[in-house]
Design a binder for this molecule. Structure first.
Ligand code: NAD
Ligand code: MG
Length: 400
């Protein structure tokens, strides 16, 4: 039995993680959860999953939650300290990191320091502090198993390649090849990262000038939290994922090619030096990659709908339009420059997306704001986690 803590249990990934646990026939136990201020939902989750600890976003919500579940044995905690408690609880083997944004970084780091394996949905963690997080993971000998569907796909495509890579030391158990594929799978040539293209695929800049929040939130193939849905509309999500893939698999940004694939059936591909390409496919549901992260290295039965090629018939591919969707180009640039720039880029994006969601700025301003902020902070550097946290805060305060 695997014991899981879930950071972000009330969100899109968090609730699907709980469903995967419920459908596991007792193989996956949820020992701790951390959610938002939705006390009713947290109460339901406590009654259904019986976690030992549950964290609400603030003291006020925690108080109401404690009253609501006074008849259960769940310990109720709150805020940032509560998140850390959920991330490090002694009973758990794996933490599903599914808080949205930079806020996920500190609890994820705390979980790694406590020796927990990570099922990682929170890509912003790797964008802002990739080297620190990966080095810490190696030092603590824990696995970071990607939950982002593209990265889970690549991870699955690389399975088995390890055994044929000549330089692999099979006795070396202190490092995961998955977290440094280029070193371990010398036959990997490049990563083909698929993208749905979002709700505005094919649109011109002129057509994007007056798009509404509601239109941007209408994603063609995935139902997700608001921030990542807007990121999908701007293609920033793919930009963040390029950096995430570079960090997770130890490849250069230039060895990652984004391929627009509207049907979201192929979740990404690995291309090898002999020209062979391995693709991972399934119906688009995040429960696939979540379950795989939970059960890895095993595969367990899943009742999810199968791909039916008789009705599917065609899969389409196109290059991304980086001139219209500049966020992808900006993120690639930040990833190539490295250092503090991805921290700046990520913080500026979080502020800009929030402003767009609040109706304060137009859709096309998001990329402008990110570019302006990246220019403003082009000379900053960061040394360690504290610096990154300080810089993130400063950029948020000054991004207009
Ligand atoms: P969501 O908005 O649905 O849920 C986010 C969760 O994080 C909520 O439970 C919320 O309470 C919690 N949270 C937000 N800010 C917090 C804070 N400051 N402190 C504590 N908790 C906080 O988001 P989501 O769509 O589930 O996405 C979560 C993460 O997973 C994101 O990083 C996203 O990029 C990634 N991801 C999501 C999907 C998807 O299909 N939803 C796919 C791939 C990757
Ligand atoms: Mg993804």
């Amino acid at each position: 039995m695997k014991k899981i803590s879930i950071l972000g249990s009330t969100g899109s990934i968090g609730t699907q993680g709980l469903e995967v646990a419920a459908e596991s026939g007792g193989a996956i136990e949820v020992v701790a959860i951390a959610g938002n201020r939705n006390v009713e939902l947290l109460e339901q989750q406590i009654r259904k999953y019986r976690p030992k600890i549950a964290c609400a976003a603030d003291e006020e919500a925690a108080k109401r939650l404690a009253t609501a579940v006074a008849d259960t044995s769940a310990k109720i905690v709150a805020g940032k300290d509560g998140l850390i408690e959920v991330a490090t609880v002694s009973e758990c083997d794996m933490v599903l990191s599914a808080i949205v944004g930079f806020a996920g970084l500190e609890p994820t780091v705390a979980a790694i320091r406590a020796g927990k394996n990570i099922a990682l949905a929170n890509k912003e963690t790797l964008v802002a502090a990739g080297d620190i997080v990966m080095n810490l993971a190696r030092e603590r000998k824990i696995d970071i198993i990607p939950v982002d569907s593209e990265h889970s796909a690549i991870f699955q495509c690389l399975n088995g390649e390890k055994s044929i890579a000549p330089q692999v030391d099979h006795n070396k158990t202190d490092d995961s090849y998955v977290n440094n594929a280029k070193n371990y799978v010398n036959s990997l040539e490049k990563i083909l990262l698929t993208a749905s293209g979002g709700p505005f695929f094919g649109k011109t800049r002129g057509e994007l000038e007056n798009v509404t929040v509601e239109q941007a939130l209408r994603h063609p193939s995935w139902s997700m939290g608001a921030k990542i849905t807007i990121d999908s509309a701007t293609l920033m999500n793919k930009g963040l994922e390029v950096i995430e893939a570079a960090v997770l698999f130890g490849v250069d940004i230039d060895d990652i090619e984004v391929v627009v694939h509207r049907e979201s059936i192929i979740h990404s591909m690995a291309q090898f030096v002999d020209g062979s390409i391995i693709a991972q496919m399934s119906r688009p549901s995040m429960k696939h990659p979540i379950q795989y992260a939970f059960t890895y290295p095993r595969r367990e039965f899943s009742p999810m709908e199968r791909v039916d090629f008789k009705t599917l018939k065609t899969l389409t591919f196109a290059p991304p339009d980086e001139e219209t969707f500049r966020c992808l180009a900006l993120a690639k640039e930040a990833g190539k420059v490295g250092g503090a720039l991805p921290v700046v880029m990520n913080a500026a994006n979080e502020v800009a997306v929030e402003k767009f969601l609040q109706g304060e700025i137009a859709f096309l301003r998001i990329a402008d704001i990110i570019e302006e902020t990246m220019n403003k902070y082009s000379n900053v550097s960061c040394n360690g986690l504290e610096d990154i946290i300080k810089l993130d805060m400063e950029v948020r305060k000054t991004t207009l």
